[in-house]
Ligand binder design. Structure first.
Ligand SMILES: [Zn+2]
Length: 132
């Protein structure tokens, strides 16, 4: 791996670790948006302390749009097309050039779906499935 590749991986690890740390400080669960009887909305159980504000700032619309654009780039490379990418085989060994056909879901797509709330209990996602 090149020095630039190592720099990007280290930066990504730091960025993910920061988000994990801030999310865990808030209990790790989802926020629930509630509606007041008189209108308006609020976050259930959140009085917006410093940690919550820091977490929300990390997930501002600009950040979410960057994440979505990056995830779409990964889907363009790995989704719905025949390709090779690293995957663990049935013995748990890393196969650096596992072949996936266009109807198969590679680990990158599976992990992207996991990040959006897809669970292993669900069947493989297909185009048009509702996401939450
Ligand atoms: Zn792939």
């Amino acid at each position: 791996m090149t020095a630039q590749g190592e720099d990007i991986l280290a930066w990504l690890d730091d960025a993910i670790s920061l988000r994990e740390q801030k999310a865990r400080r808030l209990g790790g669960g989802p926020f629930e948006v509630k509606t007041y009887p008189w209108g308006g909305t609020y976050l259930e159980g959140a009085e917006l302390h410093e940690d919550e504000i820091a977490h929300i700032v990390l997930h501002d619309p600009a950040s979410v749009l960057r994440r979505c654009a990056a995830d779409r780039e990964l889907l363009e490379l790995h989704g719905g097309r025949a390709h090779s990418c690293p995957a663990y085989d049935y013995d748990g060994d890393l196969d650096e050039h596992a072949r996936f056909y266009n109807h198969e879901v590679c680990p990158v797509v599976q992990h992207l779906a996991d990040g959006y709330g897809w669970t292993a209990k669900q069947t493989s996602p297909s185009k048009g499935d509702q996401v939450t």
